[in-house]
Design a protein around this ligand. Structure first.
Ligand SMILES: [Zn+2]
Length: 114
């Protein structure tokens, strides 16, 4: 059976993440400018905390973007839907829920518990 490849869904997801990432990087830059203008003071701690939060979100977004990119290149390579660890087919239900899945549930679990 031929697997339905969700290229459109993944491309849309990619565009959405890229946009979020851009907004966060603009926001992070603005916060830093404000902190610079205010100079040293009690606001620094707040600005730093905000930056750290933004960076955490941006790291997550970047990781998501990388996952989606990897999924798109697996589609191009014809290896989409196959677990990158064990080489077994990833259940279609999992791919429908998470189109960017690189691993089967079993291997993903192992990966997260390492
Ligand atoms: Zn696997």
């Amino acid at each position: 059976m031929e697997l339905a490849v969700p290229t459109t869904a993944l491309s849309a997801e990619r565009a959405r993440i890229a946009q979020d990432l851009e907004q966060y990087s603009i926001g992070a830059g603005r916060d830093r400018d404000r902190a610079d203008r205010l100079g040293t003071g009690s606001d620094d701690a707040v600005a730093t905390l905000e930056d750290e939060l933004d960076e955490g979100v941006m790291d997550d977004l970047q990781a998501n973007l990388d996952e989606v990119d990897a999924a798109l290149s697996r589609i191009a390579a014809g290896s989409y839907g196959v677990c990158i660890d064990c080489g077994e087919a990833i259940p279609e239900k999992r791919l429908t829920a998470l189109p960017a899945s690189a691993r089967c549930i079993e291997c993903q679990r192992k990966q997260e518990h390492r």
